[in-house]
Ligand binder design. Sequence first.
Ligand code: CP
Length: 294
Amino acid sequence: MSFQGSSLLELKSLEKTQMDSFFQKALAFKANRWWPQKSFIAGMAFLEVSTRTTSSFEVAVQRLGGKTVKVSGASSSVVKGETVLDTCLTLQAMGVDILIVRHGTDESLADISKQLRTPIINAGEGVSGHPTQGLLDALTVLEGHGRIKGEKLLIVGDAVHSRVAASAVEVFKMYGAEVAFCGPEGWLPKNENTFKDLESGLNWCSVVMALRIQRERHQSHFVALSDYVEKYQLNKDSLAALRADGLIIHPGPFNRGVEVSEEVLLDARSCIWKQVENGVFIRGAVISEILNIQ
Ligand code: CP
């Protein structure tokens, strides 16, 4: 079924064949260094801070022949009390062809999309999901190991506050990977497999995902940094337990010396920069399917 005109709000409601199509298209763009072209305008409302997601969407739009109109939280009328919905309606009234939205408010993009005729891409919504990040993480594992099914993903750290973790669980489980968590007790999701200590988790997994501590979302349960580093940091010593062909992923931004040490970024198993690269291709693939850019 065609994805033309659709919105990408979450991964769990997507057909697996649609995700396959995103992966194939992203890999084709990457392999051929060729992008189909169309004239279009993307309205980008980034009402929470971002470096990777906003820039990679912008690069992808430009590679596809489009232009962007950007609304950033701190310099937008959201500061004056305008809602996410009204921000989207405003950009729609100007005639943009697609909306790309990041926000951390109580509004729901699923509800907002029902009041729009313009397709919308969720570029990170509160703690609930970050679908294009989930897709690029899965694409990076697919490239690295040639498969997702049968992989064992260990998510380390502040999972309950992470929209990246939420989307990773959706896509990796949908493809038949096993997922487990390791971290301080208050940051582990309920009803999931967990490892008490990092070494056992790293012995088990084929892919490890480190997460930034999401302090901006903490209302309680702050963990002492020195304790966290001692028990859960990915570094040369802890990564001795990860198999030689294991993959290390991190959505970024990372805090060097906290969840990852400097050495991890240079480790041959690290895919952190490849994830950033793949973000452009997967976002381009999603936009090209929605706008039918051939
Ligand atoms: N991974 C991610 O969403 O990074 P940014 O917040 O920099 O966009």
